[in-house]
Design a protein around this ligand. Sequence first.
Ligand SMILES: Nc1nc2c(ncn2[C@@H]2O[C@H](COP(=O)(O)OP(=O)(O)O)[C@@H](O)[C@H]2O)c(=O)[nH]1
Ligand SMILES: [Mg+2]
Length: 236
Amino acid sequence: MRVLIIIPTYNEIENIERLIKTLFSIIPEVNILVIDDNSRDGTGEYVEKLSHNDKRVNIIHRPKKLGLGTAYKLGFKHAIQKGYDYVFEMDADFSHNPEDVPRLLEKIKDCDLIIGSRYSDGVSVINWPMSRLLLSYFANIYAKIVTGVPIRDLTSGFKCYRLKVLKGIPLSQIHSDGYGFQIETVFWAYRRGFKVKEMSIIFTDRLQGTSKMSKNIVWEAFWIVWRLKIYSLLKH
Ligand SMILES: Nc1nc2c(ncn2[C@@H]2O[C@H](COP(=O)(O)OP(=O)(O)O)[C@@H](O)[C@H]2O)c(=O)[nH]1
Ligand SMILES: [Mg+2]
């Protein structure tokens, strides 16, 4: 069983070293692919060096900040080329607990896409300001109603795909970033008939570094769900 964890990074030097070490201490047989967008803080250089000493670590450098969506699409292509069995999306900032990786791998045994979910067992988010929690919570209710995809945390960035899902969804048609990207990938997996499930996780806001979330990314996600809705209506 070959497992790849894709981690997009933009200025994560305070987190990346500890995250990679923690992941290998929990699950030594995984491979890690970092997609770094020319971080100015040395994240890319650090991982590059590490990749020379440890075959389990790979890095793709991009010239500038190009967004989460295209970073993951590049990572997915790499995963397909190399023929991994399971592919994770994971943030670099410890919001996603490395201890949940083996739990997600266990759960994916009886589905095709497993989502680390903040809203499937009440609300399990720690340390977010109330404004951000409310935005995310209601955005997810809105996205679920508009798209009709029965998943409570459509914007989660912690998930594990069977490779056949990445091969089966129209990646070239997905152009959004951030939350929109997360909604679109789940939407397509669901629409293409793959078995999508949620597993409750505890999400903790980052302690180190800063968020790269922007208003544009929220607006993009707001509109993307209507495009998906229109698609659903036309195809049925
Ligand atoms: N390569 C790349 N990584 C990014 C970009 N934007 C965010 N990230 C990474 O994506 C992950 C999630 O971003 P974060 O700022 O924590 O978003 P938040 O959790 O929604 O506040 C982190 O690992 C970031 O370093 C980007 O444009 N390019
Ligand atoms: Mg974060």
